[in-house]
Ligand binder design. Structure first.
Ligand SMILES: [Zn+2]
Length: 108
């Protein structure tokens, strides 16, 4: 059994190419935001990319066999954190805008 995540979901080729480009340039941004419609596989792409980065093979196509590949596959990697944006309501947005307005007013 291969633990290569790239083989386990419908890959969005455009996203894969963008991630591949980042990998081979070896210039990783501090963060990558995966966004898009529901059901596109944002999390799957993020985990597959994490596997590519962590694999001992050091290639965009992870080996799917090493300990790191297995850890990512099984959600056991201690180095991977999931960060989700929390939805904000319009009321919350207005509150923060008014807070900013108050701070600006104080500055005058
Ligand atoms: Zn591997």
């Amino acid at each position: 059994m291969s633990y290569n995540l790239w083989n386990n979901f419908i890959v969005q080729e455009r996203a894969r190419l963008a991630l591949q480009k980042i990998f081979y340039r070896n210039q990783f941004p501090a963060a990558i935001i995966f966004f898009g419609s529901k059901g596109l596989g944002k999390e799957a792409h993020a985990f597959a990319f994490a596997q590519s980065i962590n694999c001992y093979k050091n290639d965009f196509e992870p080996c799917g066999e090493c300990e790191r590949c297995k850890n990512v596959y099984n959600f056991l990697s201690p180095d991977i954190y999931l960060v989700y944006a929390t939805p904000t309501s319009q009321v919350d947005k207005n509150k923060s805008f008014s807070k900013v307005a108050q701070l600006l007013e104080k500055k005058k």
